[in-house]
Design a protein around this ligand. Structure first.
Ligand SMILES: C[S@@+](CC[C@H](N)C(=O)[O-])C[C@H]1O[C@@H](n2cnc3c(N)ncnc32)[C@H](O)[C@@H]1O
Length: 198
């Protein structure tokens, strides 16, 4: 016997589904997720994409990741600066939208979204693409689409973040030390003055 349950989406629509086909919606803790390998990158894309998401993949190549994500989101467009790979992607996945455009052409990218916004932006211009090229695009997307989650495949960007520590200001402990020292001075002064009167 197959168990089927009724599921209600946030927009009120209801669907019948097998529980084994249901996926938990996972909200990433940070705005940027990095991956070093294609396998990790695809896993991250599929893990964080939601049925209501408007998605963009920059550096879609022949469209494999774009097509995988397309099945799990509302809409996606894959872009690449190579028209040869875009032609192949269109042949392989005719149901998916692919466009030839460079990843730094933000105005064109905005126009490819029905709202001008993206929930998820996936960036893969090559796992060992030069760090400045990756960071340039990450910076552009981070500033342009403030509500987007970015999923980045880059060995160098991942390692840079791994080697990064956010400096935590020390004021709190300094002022605590200062308070202790002041209390100590006050105590000593009191002791000295009580000695004078004895
Ligand atoms: C490793 S492949 C991407 C593989 C694809 N993401 C996948 O999962 O199957 C890198 C692609 O990035 C494209 N690319 C490199 N620089 C780019 C840029 N500035 N804008 C758009 N695409 C770029 C290349 O043409 C190439 O097709």
């Amino acid at each position: 016997m197959i168990l089927i349950i009724q599921v209600q989406y946030a927009d009120g629509k209801t669907y019948w589904a097998q529980p084994s086909n249901l996926r938990k919606v996972v909200k990433p803790a940070k705005r940027i997720i990095t991956a070093e390998t294609t396998r990790q990158y695809r896993e991250a894309c599929l893990r964080y994409v939601n049925p209501d998401d408007i998605c963009l993949e920059v550096g879609c190549h022949e469209g494999v990741t774009t097509a995988m994500v397309q099945r799990r989101c509302k809409t996606i467009v894959g872009v690449d600066l190579s028209d040869v790979t875009i032609q192949i992607a269109r042949q392989k996945f005719p149901q998916v939208r692919f466009v030839v455009v460079s990843g730094d052409n933000v105005e064109v990218l905005k126009g490819l979204s029905p709202t001008g916004e993206y929930d998820k932006i996936m960036l893969d211009i090559g796992g060992i693409a030069e760090l400045p090229a990756v960071m340039h695009l990450v910076g552009l997307y981070y500033r342009t689409w403030k509500n987007s989650t970015l999923i980045i495949k880059s060995v160098f960007f991942s390692r840079l973040l791994e080697d990064t520590e956010m400096y935590k200001p020390q004021e709190a402990s300094v002022s605590k030390a200062a308070i202790n020292a002041a209390a100590e001075r006050e105590k000593r002064r009191e002791q000295e003055s009580s000695v004078e009167y004895e």
